[in-house]
Design a binder for this molecule. Structure first.
Ligand code: F6P
Length: 516
């Protein structure tokens, strides 16, 4: 535990509902930036608590850490790299990073060529379908944003995504496609990730098996990578390579050429609006005093609950069908960044760090895990996200939208208020459970950019308070290495590694059936 006056706090002594006897509570504990409003009044905070949390942030050097990130200092200390995702969002006319500006130009020309039909498939026809092959940060951001902004599509090109090495993933996607009008984007910062490389080879084989000649690779494969040598060896032409940079983490990369499926789907103008919205959140984060700073407040609240009140998880529940993939996207952003047990001084951490982030779309989630939020024994703060304007104009849309948002607000209210009226113990609902409400005026590229950047910066705030590195992911590497050893054990070449009896027996069992 971090030692601070906050450590004496007992949340049983705190009654959220009673705090609202102060009629000004909402105005004190809400803050907005452009089209985003955060109401954090239904949290275990008073003016003093917030003051103490801000003091903690200052003690941990948050302002300097924010400046260091924007200045491009090598804050990813274990890899000696900067974390410059925010630089990708600086408008081109003001952006001094020539690599970013030239990459946007390259994306622009490519998107124009695909949309206009100037870029043709091997049979001379226009591309109609794009398949992004990538995993983790090379998949989750693009698939989430393409889905969220599908109504902003400027053309009839359909984006598809393949990430899992399970053969069913690629097979299902290509089953409905015509190879002559399909373009594959191999998205891999390293161009070494097992799933992506295996899927890329399988996609190439599929294309070639459909009577296309090897030269057709040039019209049907592009790649985004830092490893141009490996991509060239795979057969991708130099002019079809888009850059990625060491200073851009995979989970922070949808703003770069990794966002190509987004740009192809919604057009470059909308893609630039996405960047502009994120840039606006960057400026807010960089220059707004801590007490009014959205990512800082949200980060401190999670530090409060995780570090001091022993919360093991928090839920993110978007009340918007278009944001249904947001929790999955956030899981990588948040847990790959904050799942660390050693601090920046190479010492074991002394407080809880990254909690589990989970969630699903509302109202559906009310009929699955909400019972546990209301009456379970775990302490689980919730972020409710609401989009005010309907994202569909269907029959009676505004009325159904009112039902949707009524549910969003009433769940937050129910968590806070509970219901102690019943004499039946089973029907008693304690309440006194904290939540945030984040309202977004409407879902468009600009506001979505702001929303994503808000969560990126919230994640960074927590890493600074916990003094951990948010930009490496060594834990993931171990699994990658071991999976190669096990794979070899399945194959004829075998593995020299001696496995424990559990792994060895399972390898035998699987091998017998697979090689049958
Ligand atoms: O999941 C681990 C990870 O290294 C992520 O950080 C990254 O987004 C993903 O793998 C994919 O990596 P690459 O883009 O190099 O294929």
């Amino acid at each position: 535990m971090i030692s601070s006056p906050l450590s004496d706090f007992k949340h049983e002594d705190f009654h959220l509902a009673q705090l609202f006897e102060d009629n000004d509570r909402f105005s004190e504990f809400s803050v907005s930036h452009e089209n985003l409003l955060l109401d954090y009044s239904k949290n275990f905070v008073t003016t003093e608590t917030m003051g103490t949390l801000i003091e903690l942030a200052k003690e941990m050097g948050l302002t300097d850490a924010i400046n260091a990130m924007f200045a491009g200092e090598k804050i990813n200390i274990t890899e000696n790299r900067a974390a410059l995702h925010s630089a990708c969002r600086i408008p081109e006319e003001k952006n001094s990073n020539t690599e970013i500006v030239s990459c946007l130009k390259q994306m622009d020309s490519f998107v124009t060529a695909i949309h206009s039909g100037e870029w043709k498939g091997y049979s001379g026809n226009k591309i109609t379908d794009i398949v992004n092959i990538g995993i983790g940060g090379s998949d989750l951001g693009p698939v989430f944003v393409c889905d969220a902004l599908s109504s902003f599509s400027t053309n009839d090109i359909k984006p598809h995504f393949v990430s899992n090495v399970d053969p069913t993933d690629l097979d299902n996607v290509v089953a409905g496609l015509d190879p002559a009008t399909t373009l594959f984007i191999v998205a891999s910062k390293s161009f070494k990730t097992l799933e992506t490389i295996q899927n890329a080879h399988a996609a190439k084989n599929w294309l070639l098996s459909q009577s296309a000649s090897p030269e057709c690779i040039r019209n049907h494969f592009v790649a985004i990578t830092t490893n141009s040598a490996a991509a060239s060896e795979f057969g991708i032409q130099e002019q079809n390579l888009f850059p990625m940079w060491e200073w851009l983490g995979g989970r922070y990369s949808l703003w770069s050429a990794i966002g190509l499926p987004i740009a192809l789907s919604i057009g470059m103008n909308h893609f630039r609006q996405l960047l502009a919205g994120a840039h606006s959140m960057d400026k807010h984060f960089h220059s707004t005093e801590l007490r009014k700073n959205l990512p800082v407040i949200m980060g401190l609240l999670t530090v409060w609950y995780t570090g001091f009140l022993n919360a093991h998880s928090h839920a993110v529940v978007p009340y918007s069908q278009k944001l249904q993939r947001f929790p999955a996207y956030l899981q990588q952003l948040y847990m790959e960044s904050l799942g660390k047990n050693v601090n920046k001084n190479d010492e074991p951490v002394t407080s809880n760090t990254g909690d589990v982030l989970w969630g699903a779309v509302g109202t559906n989630a009310q009929h699955s895990f909400f019972q546990l939020l209301h009456q379970g024994t775990e302490f689980i703060p919730v972020d409710f996200l609401g989009v005010i304007k309907p994202t569909s104009e269907g029959n009676d849309a505004s009325r159904r939208q009112q039902y949707l948002l009524a549910n969003c607000l009433s769940q937050s209210l129910a968590l806070m208020q509970g219901n102690n009226d019943s004499s039946d113990q089973h029907k008693k609902i304690q309440g006194n459970k904290p939540s945030n409400i984040l309202l977004i005026n409407e879902l468009n590229p600009y506001n979505l950019g702001s929303l994503i950047a808000l969560y990126e910066h919230k994640t960074y705030v927590q890493s600074v308070i916990w003094n951990i590195n948010a930009f490496d992911q060594w834990g993931v590497q171990l699994g990658k290495v071991l999976s190669n050893d096990v794979f070899k054990a399945f194959t004829e070449s075998g593995s020299n590694v001696e496995f424990d009896s559990s792994t060895a027996s399972l390898i035998k069992q699987i091998g017998e059936l697979l090689n049958d």
